[in-house]
Ligand binder design. Structure first.
Ligand code: PGA
Length: 247
């Protein structure tokens, strides 16, 4: 199975830094990809177009970190899926826990975003994941079900591919990752949920949250995880390269 890496650069690099990174590393990264895996870079909105031009003749794909839930109109500060399509974005992250937390995004809004992306043939990467409290109090699967339901429904209705990134919010940027046992249980739960309610859905499962060259070793044993959403570990090319070489 061809693995995928989504490099979520959040707001960690300025546009100029992101451009320099791509100019410096695109050839080597492209060689590493060699038709055996997929990699998408998700820089800030303002750098997307220029980075798209830099990686144009490579196998590196362009991804956005978010999009507007509406098609067009009076939505100051928002960026439409249509605009993302115009600059050849292949992927777009929706429902990242930082957006759920800081922008108060609801599952309804996230599902609307996914719908806009499907309309424009951009593959959404839906982030789901429980908080530490939900993990401890057994509320985890209820949370995952809520976070999945509406967006998976949209993918099912549109008959489009969906990436589901399981990212416990307590694992993001913390250096902690779930145990392999717990990951197996969660992956199984998601697979059963989809089979039960959305049989035939075209989806892939990713894992995100403190993935680096050491933590990934155990996670690679969970074979149904088809890729990784990397934050911190995708910023430095040498670190990213070490991870890519393990896949
Ligand atoms: P991290 O971030 O790899 O830095 O934990 C992952 C994410 O937020 O997508």
């Amino acid at each position: 199975m061809q693995k995928i890496i989504i490099a979520n650069w959040k707001m960690q690099k300025t546009d100029q830094e992101a451009i320099t990174w791509c100019n410096t590393n695109k050839e080597e990264l492209n060689k590493l990809i060699e038709n055996r895996l997929k990699i998408a870079i998700c820089p800030s909105f303002s750098a997307l177009d220029r980075i798209g031009t830099i990686i144009k003749n490579t196998q590196i794909k362009l991804g956005a970190q978010d999009c507007c839930p509406q098609e067009r109109g009076a939505y100051t500060g928002d960026i439409s899926a249509l605009s993302l399509k115009e600059i050849n974005c292949s992927y777009c992250i929706v429902g990242h826990s930082e957006r759920r937390k800081y922008q108060c995004e609801t599952d309804e809004i996230i599902a609307q975003k996914a719908e806009m992306l499907f309309k424009n043939n951009i593959t959404p990467i839906l982030c789901i994941g429980e908080s530490q409290v939900e993990e401890i109090t057994d509320g985890k699967f209820k949370t995952l079900e809520h976070q999945l339901n509406l967006t998976v429904n949209k993918a099912y209705a549109a008959k489009k591919k969906l990436y589901i990134a399981y990212e416990p919010s307590w694992a993001i940027g913390s250096g902690q990752v779930p145990s392999v046992e717990s990951l197996y249980k969660t992956v199984n739960w998601i697979q059963n949920y989809i089979t039960l309610y959305f049989h035939g859905l075209d989806y892939s499962l990713l894992y995100g949250g403190s993935v680096n060259e050491s933590t990934i070793q155990d996670i690679l044993n969970v074979h149904d995880i088809e890729g990784f959403l990397l934050g911190g570990a995708s910023l430095d090319f040498q670190t990213l390269k070490k991870i890519v070489l393990l896949l």
